[in-house]
Write a protein that binds this ligand. Structure first.
Ligand SMILES: Nc1ncnc2c1ncn2[C@@H]1O[C@H](COP(=O)(O)OP(=O)(O)O)[C@@H](O)[C@H]1O
Ligand SMILES: [Mg+2]
Length: 374
């Protein structure tokens, strides 16, 4: 009898368990981040006794381990005590003050309808939810630069900072940003009451990337399936791209999958080089999971044009979308896509009709097409 088709494709001779290479996997150990881990833990220590943790501003380039380190520390904290609770928020996903306060309520066991409730009411709900729990929430605002405009960040931080006045409850804030200048751009009153400590994540060196990869490879691949030099070349490649560990790890995942597809016994440098070409640009990779159907539609239209004026783009969009949004909302979407660095919007003078924006893609078309189809 022929073998089941799934048995044939699921029995890998390459991967022992590829999940160890997934971006969301949190390793048992994080080499080269001991001092950052210790600093974060030290700042959170007061929370163990129900006290006020020190607020933190974590910054560094993409792929330097900021997110994974924050999640690692929260996991350790929750394993150790029930007095504090980590609340992780990715600001790509929750990008307004209302959405974030809402998410905080939910994390504290208070369900609030996601739409149609004024921000002040959500805030009142949050205060009352805090009254009922006797824990110190540690709020991680990851990718905090995504909070449309610095005003949003300032207002949100102001909300969080004055919780203690209303409620005599403590709350810890960890902000994570690629942009080291972000704090300096905040409202000065907020900045001074935030009293945050800065923790820098420096890019990894090629040697460090190699160590990180070796550790992952041990769990992800069967012994000896990687050709010599595969790890070295992957580490060197990522080192050239700002020491981005994500890129290093992802290149091995893609290379392994390519080898598997070909039924190859080994992952070779040729697989790895092909993998380098398939790695999505960072801006896309981060934003992709959080794009809505309208944003995807706009991007899809732009894939078919070199450049479009915003009015023409809106008309094309209306023709294609099932339930088009208003022009005002549409302009907001364009602003967001520009902030995400997915499109470029250049203001141009257009004769008597005044100014308009010329819009084009800011990332490779092929990669954009791929996310529009998912
Ligand atoms: N020291 C480390 N040890 C093991 N894996 C790491 C380390 N630093 C980063 N990584 C991995 O590299 C990838 C990128 O890290 P991430 O925390 O997302 O970076 P950032 O948030 O700074 O952009 C993730 O898959 C993460 O697990
Ligand atoms: Mg991150």
């Amino acid at each position: 009898m022929p073998r089941n088709i799934f048995a044939e494709i699921t029995e890998s001779s390459i991967f022992k368990d590829e999940r160890f290479l997934y971006p969301e996997y949190i390793p048992e150990r994080l080499p080269f981040r001991d001092s950052q881990i210790a600093e974060i833990a030290h700042a959170l220590k007061p929370a163990l006794r129900g006290g006020k943790p020190q607020n933190l501003f974590v910054c560094g380039k993409s792929g330097t381990g900021k997110t994974v380190t924050a999640k690692y520390v929260l996991r350790e904290l929750e394993e150790y005590t029930s007095k504090a609770k980590g609340i992780y928020i990715n600001c790509f996903e929750f990008n307004t003050r209302n959405a974030i306060l809402n998410k905080l309520c939910l994390s504290l066991g208070r369900a609030v309808p996601r739409r149609g409730i004024a921000t002040d009411e959500v805030y009142a709900e949050l205060l009352s939810a805090l009254k009922r729990v006797s824990i110190v929430p540690i709020v991680v605002l990851d990718e905090v630069d995504q909070l449309a405009g610095n005003k949003t960040i300032s207002l949100l931080l102001y909300d969080l900072l004055r919780i203690v006045e209303h409620q005599d409850a403590h709350i810890g804030i960890i902000m994570i940003s690629n942009n080291a200048e972000l704090l300096a751009m905040l409202d000065s009153r907020v900045r001074s009451s935030l009293l945050s400590r800065e923790i820098m994540f420096e890019p990894y060196t090629p040697v460090q990337l190699k160590e990180i990869l070796k550790e992952r490879v041990k769990h992800a691949f069967f012994a000896n399936v990687l050709d010599n030099e595969v790890i070295n070349v992957a580490a060197a490649h990522a080192a050239k791209h700002n020491g981005d560990a994500r890129m290093a790890i992802e290149s091995l995942l893609i290379a392994g999958r390519l080898a598997e597809r070909e039924n190859a016994k080994k992952v070779t440098l040729a697989h790895l080089r092909k993998a380098f070409e398939q790695i999505k640009p960072r801006a896309l990779q981060k934003a992709a999971p959080f794009l809505d159907i309208h944003e995807k539609k706009i991007l899809a239209i732009l894939c078919d044009h070199v450049e479009l004026f915003s009015g023409k783009l809106y008309r094309l969009y209306c023709r294609q979308a099932q339930e088009p949004i208003t022009e005002r909302s549409f302009r907001k979407k364009l602003n967001r896509l520009a902030e995400l660095n997915l499109i470029e919007a250049k203001v141009v003078e257009k004769g008597i009709r005044g100014r308009t924006r010329a819009i084009k893609l800011a990332q490779p078309k092929e990669a954009i097409k791929e996310i529009c189809n998912t």
